[in-house]
Design a protein around this ligand. Structure first.
Ligand code: ZN
Ligand code: ZN
Length: 105
């Protein structure tokens, strides 16, 4: 006999199935109840907004507070480069110029 009650794993409240939104991927209902789904969405949104607000970094070269998009992401170190893209480009150009000069002489 199918139960029309379900326990939400987030709030641990036993609720009727109508309190659970429809689930995707062949699931009859979403695993979390509506309030928890809403809470989760809100939390995800606010954290996204917060990270967007904090997404500025001071460049170690020019000292300007610039958006994260202007810094190279280094996957190996799982962090952003300490130089902004223009400074990094200038640094690389300078390094390349020196290397070339070193080879030429
Ligand atoms: Zn819940
Ligand atoms: Zn810079």
């Amino acid at each position: 006999m199918p139960s029309n009650m379900k326990t939400c794993p987030t709030c641990l409240r036993r609720r009727p199935l109508v309190d659970f939104p429809a689930g995707g991927g062949g699931l009859p209902t979403h695993p979390l109840c509506r309030p928890c789904v809403k809470e989760g969405v809100k939390r995800r949104l606010s954290s996204r907004i917060r990270s967007r607000r904090q997404s500025k970094k001071a460049c170690a070269q020019c000292g300007q507070l610039l958006p994260m998009a202007l810094f190279h992401w280094i996957p190996a170190s799982r962090c952003h480069h300490s130089y902004c893209r223009p400074c990094h480009a200038a640094y690389m150009a300078e390094r390349y110029r020196r290397l070339k000069a070193g080879k030429a002489f």
